[in-house]
Write a protein that binds this ligand. Structure first.
Ligand SMILES: *Cc1c(COP(=O)(O)O)cnc(C)c1O
Length: 398
């Protein structure tokens, strides 16, 4: 078996929905489905070969913590989809984010990020980074000038954005972010998926995904990935082999299988999410419906410019804390579970679950109200999902 094909060049003729099906395959390999290299180590033919593999980055046949052919196939697939030179897969999205942050930043460095973030990322930046002497500034993601203004020339090493952001789907202007010079720019693009937007096309240096979500797509693999230039990936790799949060070959195979159907899944989820958003916007019981594909989204024009798909997530406000809790306990199709991007429609109530540890002012800065509900639309029939949400509103809103 040979190495996975190199990511396609700029003259690659295929569109993204074709690339998800074709990418990450070994040239000349006859197995249609990914081969799972379920091994921790590899036999080395000579001392010279062992020395080479122990000292070069990205060896995929030395020891699985360094690299693995199945994991490498997944990495090359995501790199190709993102228009990147290279990728590195991790045991989870948080593994990838920790690998990027601690792989690239040292004591005395400065990070610029945003208020509205996935809760794990927020804890990493707010609680862990200061312990290592890394200072972090949080800005309003929707204000492009705030990002530029917060960068301290010579000190800021990393600018980390999440777009669309959890949970309120605020967007970051990727062109403006990509134009920042000096620090490494990173986008957590999990909510968009590799088919929804391509941050690297806008000049951003690194893109991160929790592949646990839409890429894996079936809620059966915990997986993360980062893609970007070979140089940055080599640097991150140097930390990642010691961090030890490397992806399992089994999860990487699940990630590859998920990618194959990402195109059709995303299309279906986005269509249902758009339909639901339109219905809810007309419903008096619901306020502040947020979906990047709705003309009423405050950054609709930006979404149009930088996103190919508006995605399968939407948020809305059902009133107070008690109504929010009643709503998520009243749905029957929409199940109360944290996570997103899978076949099942999932509903969360951030104020009582994922963001329960935040102070009221932190909640407000993240755009979360007591009645904020987040829906990750699944693959069920759209009209069944709409009917379920309307029925739950009927029993929850008093
Ligand atoms: C889930 C998620 C993460 C963390 O990913 P895990 O795979 O759960 O570690 C990071 N960022 C975003 C936007 C997420 O949704």
């Amino acid at each position: 078996m040979t190495e996975p094909q190199q990511p396609a060049g700029p003259d690659d003729p295929y569109r993204p929905d074709t690339v998800v099906v074709r990418s990450g395959r070994a040239e000349g390999d006859r197995s249609l489905a990914p081969v799972i290299w379920s091994t921790t180590t590899f036999v080395t033919e000579s001392v010279e070969e062992g020395r080479r593999m122990a000292t070069s980055t990205g060896a995929t046949r030395f020891y699985t913590r360094y690299g693995n052919p199945t994991v490498g196939a997944f990495e090359s697939a995501v790199a190709e989809l993102e228009g990147a030179e290279a990728g590195r897969a991790f045991a989870s999205g948080m593994g990838a984010l920790t690998g990027v942050v601690l792989g690239l930043c040292s004591q005395g460095d400065h990070i610029v990020t945003q208020h509205q973030l996935y809760a794990g990322t927020q804890m990493l930046l707010q609680a862990v980074c200061p312990r290592f002497g890394i200072e972090v500034t949080f800005v309003d993601a929707t204000d492009p000038d705030a990002w530029d203004a917060a960068v301290v020339p010579g000190r800021t090493t990393l600018v980390l954005a999440e777009t669309p952001a959890n949970p309120r789907l605020d967007l970051v202007d990727l062109d403006r972010l990509g134009a920042i010079r000096g620090p490494v720019t990173v986008v957590d693009s999990t909510f968009a998926t590799p088919l929804g937007q391509r941050p690297l096309d806008h000049g951003v240096d690194l893109v991160v995904h929790s592949a646990t979500k839409a890429i894996g797509g079936h809620n059966d693999a915990t997986l993360g990935v980062v893609a970007g230039s070979r140089e940055l990936l080599d640097w991150i790799w140097g930390f990642a082999v010691l961090q030890g949060a490397n992806a399992s070959p089994h999860d990487a195979a699940a990630g590859l299988r998920g990618l194959r159907t990402l195109g059709v899944r995303l299309e279906r989820q986005a269509a249902t999410a758009a339909r639901l958003a339109q219905v809810l916007e007309q419903d008096q019981r619901v306020g502040d419906v947020r979906y990047p594909g709705l003309p009423s989204h405050p950054q609709f024009a930006l979404a149009r410019r930088q996103m190919r798909s508006s995605g399968g997530l939407l948020t809305f406000d059902v009133g107070d804390l008690a109504t929010g809790a009643r709503f998520v306990e009243s749905t029957r199709i929409c199940q109360l579970a944290t996570s997103l991007g899978g076949p099942e429609t999932l509903v969360t109530h951030p104020a009582s679950t994922t963001h329960v540890n935040l102070l009221p002012e932190e909640l407000a800065a993240a755009g979360i109200t007591p009645g904020t509900v987040r829906l990750s639309v699944g693959l069920e029939d759209a009209e069944d999902v709409v009917a379920d949400v309307l029925a739950a509103l009927g029993s929850a809103v008093r």
